[in-house]
Design a protein around this ligand. Structure first.
Ligand code: ZN
Length: 191
């Protein structure tokens, strides 16, 4: 077992799924937790992306909320593609493939168990326009709004939990902007 179980190197191995079993258990059970684990985690992620924007929070395996300067926080893929303001649903900026027929479902559900087509269900696959990586899949009734998975209160995280408030903290940050984005999209399409 490693001497410093919560070392940055062990976190790197954990992220890659390569941390040996005993170390994994020790790291998970560590009490008290190492206070700088989040910062070490962010540093590892930052080292791995090919761009320099500061990562504020990872929101999936490939997407991050990053700072683009005071008052501007956007969702960015590790390939570099940017989806705009993190308060609006990034899925609206994706390439989308929708599966509705039995034939389309069987391409991915090889042993059955796919959503009930008689109930009007569909599978939506969201791909990054920059790297074409599959980022998310959701199963919904047809016509159901695109699900906004996660709107983090980043200011509260940094202020109340990390005790390191962000310099551009603002009271109106934590508001869903998806409707505004959709309205803008409709206006652009109408002209
Ligand atoms: Zn990408």
């Amino acid at each position: 077992m490693s001497e410093d179980i919560a070392s940055k190197e062990n976190l790197r191995l954990l992220l890659d799924g390569k941390l040996p079993g005993d170390d994994f258990k020790a790291l998970v059970r560590l009490k008290p937790k190492d206070k700088d684990r989040f910062w070490k985690y962010l540093a590892i992620l930052q080292e791995r992306v090919p761009w320099n924007d500061r990562i504020l929070l990872p929101i999936s395996d490939h997407l991050y909320v990053v700072s683009k300067g005071a008052g501007k926080r956007v969702v960015k893929c590790d390939c570099g593609h940017e989806y705009g303001d993190y308060r609006a649903n990034w899925k609206l900026g994706c390439l989308v493939y929708i599966r509705r027929t039995e034939e389309e479902m069987k391409e991915v559900y090889t042993v059955g168990g796919y959503p009930d087509l008689n109930a009007g269900s569909e599978i939506r696959e969201f791909y990054c326009p920059g790297c074409l990586r599959l980022l998310c899949v959701e199963s919904c009734p047809r016509g159901y709004p695109v699900i906004f998975d996660f709107l983090p209160d980043i200011d509260a995280l940094y202020r109340d939990w990390l005790h390191s408030p962000l310099p551009d903290e603002a009271p109106d940050w934590y508001l869903d902007q998806t409707t505004m984005l959709a309205q803008g999209f409709l206006k652009r399409r109408a002209t």
